[in-house]
Design a binder for this molecule. Structure first.
Ligand SMILES: Nc1ncnc2c1ncn2[C@@H]1O[C@H](COP(=O)(O)OP(=O)(O)OP(=O)(O)O)[C@@H](O)[C@H]1O
Length: 598
């Protein structure tokens, strides 16, 4: 059964009392966002054309316009998610209560809710909000009250203990996901909330509920709410306080919702009775109709003559009190603890993934054991040396490909969550990265161990002493962790994961060729032979071979046949060194990626 929402039009009051220091969500000062003379060009094409405006605190401002009008671009400019580059040129001023702001400052008083709900599938809404609150506040009582208030405010009480879910797991509904996304930002008590198409993909009733909640946030808590929206129903239209109507990157209307109908009527564009005003205004502004395009100059002229002065005066008189900042109160070590315990929960709860990984490890162990069955039990002849070397080399290649690809794929989902949470200043890149190492490395150890414990005895690798077996397992783990580190680095280095998935095999293939199994390592031409030193498989294969062939006699010395030239422990040390280097580079790339996406 659907719930009915009783909507009461609460009178607007922008002169709300000063913030209380209570532990509830109501603790805000008004923040007026102003943009002045914003022009944005991409490759010399003007996307936003010298526009100015104001989004007052305690009001709901809807940015509207037909497709391609520049709504998302304007929202991104306000959220400082667009900056100058070689091809993109942004000019103009952004002010919060008359003070200029940039990306860093924006994230201290405002939150941005993306169109896609980027949330951890294995958490419940309550846990997600608790995670955000834990990372934001140090006082236990404040954390608790923020979570409870937000659940109530976003009407999430009924689904608070259901998994959020996603592709792999059934979970809460689309509307509840959106409300969780908004709540996630709300926990940190931002003065401004910017949302990109908060109603897209939702049915009209759910869309109404979302906008209704946003309206309540502005009315009851003085927040500045700004969002883009495509085609609101008439019920939703009534929830807006202000409207900005964009037409080809310029403003055709800006001001109160009440006035938009009169404004367009005054120059001959009367909204027909009984029709949804926004449907009408979008129909007269979309760029598909030739007549509309001819009318654009009239819209702009009327805007400049009748509304511009009013907007300029609102900008002049905007609030200029201090902007309340949402400061993060938690320490670096606390952040690491929180992120890693969430990560462990995520792995344990994602039963499908967890089972798939264990089954895959058992299957690959059995496969290697079956294919190279007994290869190590006979020795002496060259062909026996070749088959055991084939087994050792295949172990290295399999670990490398497996670890790199699965890391890139799993990180592609996770890094969106990281980018969102870092953007919301829940934690720093450093604490996320260290927490990731704490969770991931133990799991990287388990998979190669399962595979090798199975395959070792089936292949009949050297078990003259326990030490030899342990060294083999150690090298296997080092190769796996090293490849996982390469995957992490690739996942962080490429903005587009698809590109990483295409390019990485092209990089790994030469590393396989130069790893010493297919050709003697000393026989490569020097101008290209140096590539072998970049290959973790070379060190893995060489170390495993030294370990395996000790005390064994063959027709030909394996060291000579393959041109081994480093030695077991040096190989292990170099693999360890590569792990450190790749992980450090992954951190730098992640840091760079975060900056690039600002
Ligand atoms: N990276 C880009 N390169 C080139 N053009 C771009 C880029 N980003 C946006 N544009 C162009 O800028 C214009 C405004 O885009 P924007 O996404 O802001 O429109 P919108 O009003 O949000 O549209 P929609 O409702 O369809 O999402 C569009 O014509 C779009 O093609």
């Amino acid at each position: 059964m659907t719930e009915t929402v009783k909507f009461e039009m609460t009178p607007l009051n922008t002169n709300k009392p000063e913030p209380s220091t209570s532990k509830t969500l109501r603790s805000r000062k008004v923040v007026d966002l102003v943009f002045q003379n914003i022009t944005y060009e991409i490759n010399k094409r003007i996307i936003l054309n010298n526009i100015s405006g104001i989004c007052p605190g305690g009001h709901v401002t809807a940015i509207m316009g037909s497709s391609g009008a520049g709504k998302t671009t304007l929202l991104n400019v306000l959220a400082c998610r667009i900056s100058n580059s070689k091809t993109n040129k942004l000019t103009g001023k952004l002010l919060a209560n008359s003070c200029p702001y940039d990306y860093e400052k924006f994230s201290q008083f405002a939150s941005y809710v993306m169109q896609n709900d980027v949330l951890m599938e294995t958490m419940t809404p309550k846990e997600a909000l608790q995670f955000a609150a834990n990372l934001k506040y140090s006082d236990a009582e404040i954390k608790q009250s923020r979570v409870i208030d937000t659940l109530k405010c976003m009407r999430l009480e009924r689904c608070q203990n259901t998994f959020i879910g996603g592709i792999n797991m059934k979970g809460i509904s689309g509307g509840e996901r959106k409300r969780t996304s908004i709540g996630y930002e709300l926990v940190s008590n931002p003065s401004c909330i910017l949302l990109d198409e908060p109603t897209s993909g939702l049915d009209s009733f759910t869309a109404f509920q979302i906008i209704h909640q946003l309206r309540k946030l502005s009315d009851e808590q003085d927040r500045t709410i700004i969002f883009t929206i495509h085609q609101p129903s008439s019920d939703i239209f009534l929830l807006f306080d202000r409207i900005m109507l964009l037409v080809q990157g310029r403003l055709a209307y800006q001001g109160s919702r009440d006035n938009i109908i009169n404004h367009f009527s005054s120059f001959g564009f009367k909204c027909p009775d009984h029709s949804n005003p926004m449907d009408y205004f979008l129909s007269i502004t979309h760029a598909e109709d030739k007549q509309n395009i001819e009318n654009y100059s009239l819209y702009f002229q009327e805007y400049e003559q009748k509304l511009q002065k009013q907007i300029d005066s609102e900008i002049q008189n905007c609030c200029n009190s201090d902007v309340p900042l949402k400061i993060n109160e938690t320490s670096f070590t606390y952040q690491i603890g929180e992120i890693s315990s969430r990560g462990v929960k995520d792995i344990m709860r994602d039963h499908m993934q967890f089972k798939a990984k264990v089954i895959q490890a058992i299957f690959l162990g059995l496969l290697k054991g079956g294919v190279f069955w007994g290869a190590g039990r006979n020795n002496g002849k060259l062909e026996q040396l070749l088959s055991i070397s084939g087994a050792l080399f295949f172990i290295c290649v399999d670990f490398t490909m497996n670890a790199i690809m699965s890391c890139i794929l799993s990180f592609s989902v996770e890094r969106e969550v990281f980018l969102r949470e870092e953007n919301s200043k829940l934690y720093t890149t450093k604490s996320y990265f260290l927490a990731k190492q704490l969770i991931e490395i133990p799991f990287c150890v388990i998979s190669p161990l399962i595979q090798q414990i199975i395959a070792y005895w089936m292949i009949g690798l050297n078990y003259d002493s326990g030490e030899i077996v342990l060294i083999h397992l150690l090298i296997s783990v080092l190769v796996f962790v090293c490849s996982n580190s390469m995957g992490l680095m690739a996942g962080a280095a490429f903005k587009d994961i698809q590109m990483a998935l295409n390019i990485v095999p092209a990089i790994v293939t030469p590393l396989i060729i130069f790893s010493g199994f297919y050709s003697n390592q000393k026989s490569f031409y020097p101008w290209i032979g140096w590539l072998q030193y970049l290959s973790p498989m070379k060190y893995g294969f060489e170390a495993m071979s030294y370990n395996e062939y000790q005390d064994k006699q063959y027709d030909i010395d394996p060291e000579e046949l393959y041109g081994f030239n480093i030695g077991l422990w040096w190989c292990a040390l170099i693999l360890f060194g590569y792990i450190v280097v790749y992980r450090f580079l992954a951190f730098l790339f992640l840091y760079g990626l975060k900056q690039k996406l600002q």
